[in-house]
Design a binder for this molecule. Structure first.
Ligand code: F0G
Length: 365
């Protein structure tokens, strides 16, 4: 379906998949030409896993604000404008805030974002500021921020653009459509980080609906469904523990969430797909973060690297079989979190005088 659109120039997920997203007639897209992200082979990671598996990376960092949130935000903001909203609000660990702020700026409406104190990566705060959002920093965590904005949105004062807004899910389904379009069928495994659990909900809905859609069209063999493998950080793993975590902690601040709004849907996605939700430690996340950048040349933020750490854990546990096609969703750009990058790779730089001999020596020549 998208081949012709790609040839004519990509103009975002709403144009590419309007029939499956289902925005009301007359709703004008607010778009930054998001989506259409590449699915890049990662043979170095397969080698690291010690297995003959076909690993692909869905590079969601290449969306306009550097994360997958743009897919859902274009749809949620378009719908909000259509119904007359003048203000959009969200709670966020950073990426949703950056995306909401960008699309609000694009649409010419106001945006307020509520974020937890001290736990949002620098690049994400910089983005929200640059796009002109009102930034509210609470003395609390993401879960408390979400409770507050839901209550405010319930009064009708603003449109809520967190993933509890069904339009966000409609937009984020498009990543599943793109994977099927590119591979010609569903992969064996779809591996992704889980925070508030909107994305795993959207992927699973997307794979199911696309399978049914292509089945109805009868134009090709049905793509089938992947098994879903979701990974939480060990210090913020309420679904794995089976109970909310009051004070979640992890280096992967994007998924520092103790009581996911789409908890039930995430469990359904794992169960119905014959998959699972598991955890990875901060040490595993940071090891995967360095491995990904140094073996594949792909720089993803720590939360995204839960996918990579998760895949390596699956390999160790014998869950992957030779020939399996495994898609790792890399949800956000490594540049968003320069502080983690610098602290993880401390010692990677040397200083010297400016003369040729000194530079040459410093290079180890
Ligand atoms: N990866 C990144 C980089 C994220 O920013 C998020 C969520 C996730 C994974 C998890 O996705 O919540 O749908 O399960 N970030 C949200 C935010 C919470 O506010 O930016 P999820």
């Amino acid at each position: 379906m998208t081949t012709a659109i790609r040839a004519a120039g990509w103009r975002g997920v709403i144009e590419a998949y309007s029939d499956l997203i289902g925005l009301p007639a007359g709703c004008r897209p607010v778009t930054l030409y998001e989506g259409g992200t590449p699915l890049v082979p990662a043979p170095g990671l397969a080698k690291a896993a010690g297995l003959d598996v076909d690993v692909r990376l869905k590079l969601e960092a290449l969306n306009p604000t550097g994360s997958f949130k743009d897919r859902g935000m274009t749809v949620a903001v378009s719908a909000a404008i259509h119904s007359g909203a003048k203000l959009i609000v969200c709670a966020s660990t950073g990426n949703t805030a950056a995306s909401a702020a960008a699309f609000a700026a694009r649409a010419g409406i106001a945006c307020a974002v509520v974020v937890p104190e001290g736990k949002v990566a620098l690049g994400k705060m910089a983005q929200a500021r640059a796009y002109g959002a009102r930034i509210v920093i609470i003395h609390g965590n993401f879960d408390q921020a979400l409770t507050a904005v839901r209550a405010i949105a319930d009064t009708g004062a603003a449109a809520l653009v967190n993933s509890v807004n069904p339009w966000r899910i409609q937009g984020q389904m498009t990543a599943a459509f793109e994977i099927v379009d590119e591979l010609g069928s569903a992969p064996d495994w779809l591996v992704l980080p889980v925070g508030n659990a909107g994305n795993i909900t959207a992927y699973w809905k997307g794979f199911r609906e696309y399978d049914a859609h292509l089945g109805q069209a009868g134009t090709q063999t049905r793509p089938g469904l992947p098994r879903m493998a979701g990974f939480q950080a060990s210090g913020a793993a309420p679904i794995v523990r089976g109970q909310a975590v009051p004070n979640p902690e992890t280096v992967a601040t994007a998924i520092r969430i103790g009581n996911p709004a789409s908890w039930r849907q995430a469990v359904d996605a794992a169960t119905d797909s014959n998959g699972f939700i598991d955890e990875v430690t901060d040490e595993e996340i940071l090891a995967a973060y360095s491995l990904l950048a140094s073996t594949e040349g792909v720089f993803a933020e720590p939360a995204s690297c839960a996918s990579v750490a998760g895949m390596l854990k699956m390999a160790r546990q014998g869950r992957l079989r030779p020939g399996d096609r495994v898609v790792l969703v890399l949800t956000g750009n490594g540049l968003k979190d320069p502080e983690t990058a610098v602290s993880v790779s401390a010692g990677g730089a040397v200083e010297c005088e400016a003369d040729v001999a000194s530079v040459s020596r410093a290079m180890g020549l």
